[in-house]
Write a protein that binds this ligand. Structure first.
Ligand SMILES: Cc1cc2nc3c(=O)[nH]c(=O)nc-3n(C[C@H](O)[C@H](O)[C@H](O)COP(=O)(O)OP(=O)(O)OC[C@H]3O[C@@H](n4cnc5c(N)ncnc54)[C@H](O)[C@@H]3O)c2cc1C
Length: 550
């Protein structure tokens, strides 16, 4: 960048986004010897851990299994306080990584990319930000996040409200004062469920507006003791090995059995054990057939319904909190401390939008078909435009007239969940079909490792263009479409199908084949010298050295 004007920069690799994935991608490409730069829309790094600063925002992956694994020294240096860390701790960790590995000088914050256009004759991407910065790059890694575009509910009058209104995914940097306030929380997914217990004790009143209930189970958090820390440090190699291959990306012990191995009494005892297990272990340590055998899943749901009835003292509220038409896991389950208990407080109410839908938001509060309630603060815990939201808003124009926002209007088509035909040299790790529904960083690490390895391979073999062939993309998409119906996630309920966004095509947005299929297809691609035709060499202009990079 030195010696170049601020508005024109040539760089080998441009990373977009400085969240978990973008930070790792930047580290890896710099480490591999490429010149690189990152553009980030936020004023700081951290991605979701920068934007989601609502009270009690925290991991539901174990801190050390979510953290980076590329450096033993980093793993041993950073001491997590709890099994499931809070947002400030995660944000501090990601900033620590950025400084520890000297990445900050390569990151430009406050730069939202508004267009990324392929210049085919020069074999570069021309990337422009809202503030007018233009960067030309040979390779783009768009780590723009699957949960980075907050989704607001489709309700009349949102702008009319004169009190404070905040989306959990775009939380203000100055603390929101809840004490003594009348609060509405719209949404009961992971963010809303984390927020409620955190504020229920101090607000004058809080109403939870629930569209459909979700199976919410205890996080079972704990401090990381010195003994636990010593164990983590001593077992780094084994931890890395397990996390590098575990389908879920977690350390959780698998059940080792199908439900049919146990008697009904043994199953109840097993469910009690699962109820007390940490976070996602309720899925990854559950019976092997929990997500494929409807009968056993319904039995587990009945067990959970019993738990809700035993915790929530008002029977009507308890029944409203029990999902009637949803298997456990069909919707991304929140793992939270004290959610159901909050409804026993006299100042907490549940409003079922199935019974009394919202008519409108107005200057003073919310009107439902049952009447009007005044609020000081409305919180939108209504999730995100998952998977495709950020990429389709970024003005991506590829080869042969491809406009991503048009091309993906009926759902994304890609290869590996990070690249696409007609988008040469453009990667989007953590994008649609990227994650498998388990511990996110382990999936995105697989992708970033492969992408950065591929860039180094290209450099070493004289290739400068990577674009999956149409056939490779079709093979991947056939896998997605074939396996998606076998997934537990429900098109009716899950944001993994876009179900929370009105008008969004109900297409499955995870990788239903998991890490196994991802690795199988990547290995197959890289088994030939030119990656089955995905690699090619430069245009005449570029080969003649008319474009200087770096
Ligand atoms: C509250 C919350 C809790 C979560 N907890 C967990 C958990 O415990 N375990 C788990 O596995 N997953 C969790 N997730 C999922 C989470 O999305 C991933 O774990 C991970 O943080 C994603 O990292 P990322 O870098 O891909 O995306 P992000 O963290 O979203 O980062 C993307 C970055 O790209 C930037 N960006 C987007 N568009 C542009 C643009 N046009 N120009 C410039 N910059 C742009 C954004 O500002 C953002 O900083 C959680 C998500 C949320 C919202």
């Amino acid at each position: 960048m030195a010696g170049q004007s601020a508005s024109q920069a040539d760089v080998e690799v441009l990373v977009i986004g400085a969240g978990l994935v973008g930070i790792y991608a930047l580290y890896r490409v710099l480490d591999a010897g490429f010149s690189a730069q990152t553009l980030e829309a936020g004023e700081g790094v951290g991605g979701v851990w920068y934007w989601n600063r609502y009270p009690a925002a925290r991991f539901d992956s174990e801190s050390y299994t979510y953290a980076y694994l590329f450096s033993r020294e980093l793993f041993n240096t950073w001491r997590w306080k709890e099994e499931f860390a809070t947002q400030p701790e995660v944000e501090a960790y990601l900033n620590f990584v950025v400084d520890r590995f000297g990445l900050r000088p390569c990151i430009r914050t406050g730069q939202r990319v508004s267009s990324a256009v392929r210049d085919e004759t020069r074999n570069v991407w021309v990337v422009t930000t809202e503030s007018g910065l233009v960067v030309r790059a040979r390779w783009v890694i768009a780590a723009t996040g699957g949960l980075s575009v907050p989704h607001y509910p489709e309700i009349d009058g949102l702008d009319a409200f004169r009190g404070q209104a905040h989306h959990t995914g775009a939380w203000p940097h100055t603390p929101v004062e809840f004490a003594g306030k009348r609060v509405a929380i719209i949404g009961n997914g992971p963010s809303g469920a984390q927020l409620l217990p955190a504020i229920a004790g101090t607000v004058a009143a809080v109403d939870v507006y629930q569209r459909s209930p979700t199976w919410t189970t205890p996080l079972n958090n704990a401090p990381i003791t010195d003994e636990r820390q010593a164990w983590l440090t001593a077992n780094f190699d084994d931890i890395v090995k397990t996390l590098s291959t575990a389908p879920s990306g977690f350390l959780h012990e698998p059940a080792g059995k199908f439900s049919t191995a146990d008697t009904p009494e043994e199953r109840q005892a097993f469910y009690e054990k699962i109820w007390r297990s940490p976070g996602f272990a309720k899925l990854s340590s559950n019976y092997y057939d929990m997500t494929t055998n409807r009968e056993v899943n319904l039995e587990f749901c009945e067990f959970l319904a019993g738990k809700i009835r035993s915790i929530v003292t008002d029977p009507l509220t308890a029944e409203r909190l029990i999902p009637q038409d949803q298997l456990f896991g069909a919707k991304r389950p929140p793992f939270v401390t004290g959610y159901y208990e909050s409804f026993n407080k006299p100042n907490v109410s549940l409003i079922s939008l199935r019974e009394t839908p919202i008519v409108r938001v107005d200057a003073t509060g919310i009107e439902t078909t049952a009447g009007h309630r005044d609020y000081d603060i409305i919180v939108y815990a209504t999730g995100f435009d998952f998977g495709t939201g950020a990429l389709t808003r970024m003005g991506v124009k590829g080869r042969a007239g491809l406009d991503l926002s048009v091309d993906w209007a009926d759902g994304p088509a890609d290869f590996g969940g990070f690249s696409a035909h007609l988008l040469p040299n453009f990667f989007f790790p953590g994008g649609p079909h990227g994650a498998g529904g388990g511990n996110y960083p382990r999936y995105s690490q697989d992708q970033v490792d492969w992408i950065t390895g591929t860039l180094a391979y290209a450099r070493d073999h004289g290739f400068d263009t990577f674009e999956p062939t149409r056939a490779q993309q079709e093979q991947w998409m056939t896998m997605i479409e074939t396996l998606a119906p076998r997934s537990i996630f429900s098109p009716k309920h899950s944001h993994y199908y876009g179900a929370n966004v009105q008008g969004k095509p109900r297409k499955f947005l995870l990788n239903p084949g998991g890490r196994g299929k991802l690795h199988e297809m990547l290995n197959s691609m890289s088994s030939t010298e030119d990656y089955g035709g995905a690699f090619s060499r430069a245009t005449a202009d570029v080969a003649a050295g008319n474009l200087s990079l770096g």
